[in-house]
Design a protein around this ligand. Sequence first.
Ligand code: ACO
Length: 334
Amino acid sequence: MPRDAVQRRAFSVYSRIVGTGSYLPEQIVTNFDLERRMDTSDAWIRERTGIERRHIAPLGQSNVDMAEQAARAAIAAAGLQPTDIDLISFGTTTPDLVFPNAGVLLQARLGCRGGPAFSLEAACSGFIYALAVADKFVRAGDAKHALVVGSEILSRITDHSDRSTAILFGDGAGAVVLAASAEPGILSTHLHADGSYQHLLYCTGGPARGPAPGNMPPGDVVRMAGSEVFKIAVTLLGRIVDETLAANHLEKSDIDWLVPHQANIRIIQAVARKLGLPIEQVIVTVQEHGNTSTASVPLALDVGVRDGRIKRGDLLLLEALGGGVTWGSALLRY
Ligand code: ACO
């Protein structure tokens, strides 16, 4: 191995989060606003999901517009300049364009040319997937300061006449900067997928398949068999908690904070119960943000960091499950 490669490896034992940032569009849609538009109620939405309001991006604001704000906040929090970023790993299911990919568009906004920039799509698990990939680049010595983004405008692919999904989703973006570090860091990531569940949660069309019959663009929308997905989520997320702790020879009681995907307060509570964690040790934003898909974990992380609950040295468990189904976790020392 060349000498410089050995040195890079020795330095890059871990990747560590050195900055977080997030962005939410200004417009807020409350459950009461939805009550006026469809056959639903604030009481039903709060009881079944925990959601009270969500932020919705106005037409004219794009995914990368939101991601840029979150990225700049994360880079500033890390005490870095955009030009220090040498890799962008961007999780999203609602990119501005099919190509250039969202990572490349963000790279151009930030003015950090030359390093790899890519987007990857794993529905609500997208940020955990993007984090896991970036972590491996940093640990291999192939990136020093990686920007990891989860940004989503799910309102653009929501059927706003379908009360079973329209009440759930919100828009937003979150980002972290990972730096090569001799100190831990991300301890492990765990990714899974099971395509046999694809019919339970999906978008009705795409660029290669074309729109669903009778559904002209831009009419492709999310469809979800909610109660089936709910059961699968509780089972698979419970299982990945065990897998993550066992891989690190840690006990449930070692976890300081659960930072879960914010799909439904009842799923969050079930995972917290599995961990024996009181809800006070869970970062819960679902009431404020709704389900922002890929953005929900980095948004929640940024909230917990900025309000001072999450402190340096705390042990964090991040987890998410999304369409596919895909699911994943990350255990990290903040
Ligand atoms: N307002 C009032 N009533 C409603 C609404 C609504 N908005 N939506 C559904 N209902 C009704 C249904 O019609 C049904 O009525 P019925 O009993 O007369 O048939 C009743 O409420 C119960 O419906 P369910 O779908 O069984 O309700 P459930 O308790 O399962 O809650 C929910 C639905 C909130 C969607 C839940 O199943 C859930 O959170 N699922 C998991 C979501 C998730 O984790 N998704 C993965 C990530 S998302 C992604 O990857 C893009």
